[in-house]
Design a protein around this ligand. Structure first.
Ligand SMILES: *Cc1c(COP(=O)(O)O)cnc(C)c1O
Length: 323
């Protein structure tokens, strides 16, 4: 909740966030799956983080160590997971501020071990596996080798394995790729006698699969950001039953509002952001400009209130049509 009523701002209804997070945690816990609440889209907002913790998430996850640091600074009490592979130059900060980090490179894990020894602490590592989306992840054939190397490192404990789908390429979590993750967990245990506690199956894109009633195998954790913020799954961006999709409202100030032609006049070349498709003439419209732009927001992600159409944006101007 914003107390400095400046614009532009986001108003976030924390009761709605709590309700959404609590509902998802309950539904997933019934399937044997814990939830890591992902705070990165709020830059680690302590109010948001505390709402998730009240709702029963088992851990908080963020992609930036700076965000984890600011939550700790605000006395947020939780296990903290760095969900992006650490930058090797951040190894000392990672072992200081994160309890667990997601990793794919043995060189980085070695450096985490060096820093954990210096700091006299234990750092837990979850190894991410590549299962088709082609973002981060160890190729399955290399996993056993990296597990063995990881387990030899002082002050490093192997927490488990995980995967991330539907981020770079839109690969859907399904019975096949999730069964592969389960099999890999089993394979590690039988070939290395190292036990795997956490098998983290993915993100908001995993909800449809996780709640479908399908066999969830050994998947016992997923990491949720967008589903909690927006009350929707992310494969087709459909609302999730009984959840609110309007927890977050963007407030911006009107700086111009005039009746104008709907079609530009003159010879058309590129816009500030490259080529634009031709506009049709719809006569005169009420055009309103808000003091916010592409520097602040992705206009494609906005949904106008009833009667408000989002027509375009440049760096500092968002253009609407309304009645
Ligand atoms: C951002 C992220 C998540 C959360 O994704 P949502 O789609 O917002 O649920 C989970 N895991 C990883 C590794 C991420 O980078």
């Amino acid at each position: 909740v914003c107390t400095m009523r400046s614009t532009p701002r986001l108003e976030i209804d924390l009761d709605t966030i709590y309700h959404t997070a609590h509902t998802l945690v309950q539904r997933l816990n019934r399937r044997g799956i814990s939830v890591t609440g992902v705070t990165k889209a709020t830059l680690g907002s302590p109010d948001f983080a505390n709402a998730l913790l009240r709702a029963g998430v088992s851990s908080l996850g963020d992609s930036r160590i700076e965000n984890i640091k600011s939550m700790l600074h605000a006395n947020v009490t939780s296990e903290m997971t760095l969900i992006r592979s650490p930058m090797i130059t951040h190894a000392a900060r990672v072992v200081k501020f994160a309890d667990v980090s997601f990793n794919t490179e043995i060189e980085v894990i070695r450096q985490l071990s060096v820093e954990a020894q210096k700091a006299d602490c234990i750092h837990r590592v979850l190894l991410m596996v590549e299962l088709g989306d082609l973002r981060e992840g160890i190729m399955p054939d290399d996993l056993i080798h990296i597990v063995s190397e990881t387990c030899r490192l002082p002050n490093i404990v192997l927490e488990g394995i995980g995967t991330n789908l539907a981020c770079r390429s839109g690969v859907s979590p399904d019975a096949n790729n999730m069964a592969t993750l389960t099999e890999l967990a089993n394979l590690i245990e039988t070939t290395t006698s190292q036990s795997i506690n956490v098998v983290s199956g993915g993100n908001s894109a995993n909800l449809t699969w996780a709640l479908s009633g399908a066999d969830t195998g050994r998947i016992n954790n997923i990491r949720l950001g967008e589903a909690i913020l927006l009350g929707r799954e992310t494969l087709h961006r459909k609302p999730i039953a009984d959840l609110h999709t309007d927890a977050i409202t963007l407030i911006a100030e009107v700086i111009e509002s005039k009746s104008k032609p709907s079609k530009p006049s003159g010879k058309i070349a590129q816009t500030a952001f490259g080529a634009k498709e031709a506009t049709t003439d719809r006569g005169r419209v009420l055009q309103t400009i808000l003091a916010i732009g592409i520097q602040d927001i992705d206009p494609a992600g906005l949904q106008g209130d009833k009667g408000i159409k989002i027509c375009g944006a440049s760096s500092d101007h968002l253009i609407l049509e309304s009645t």
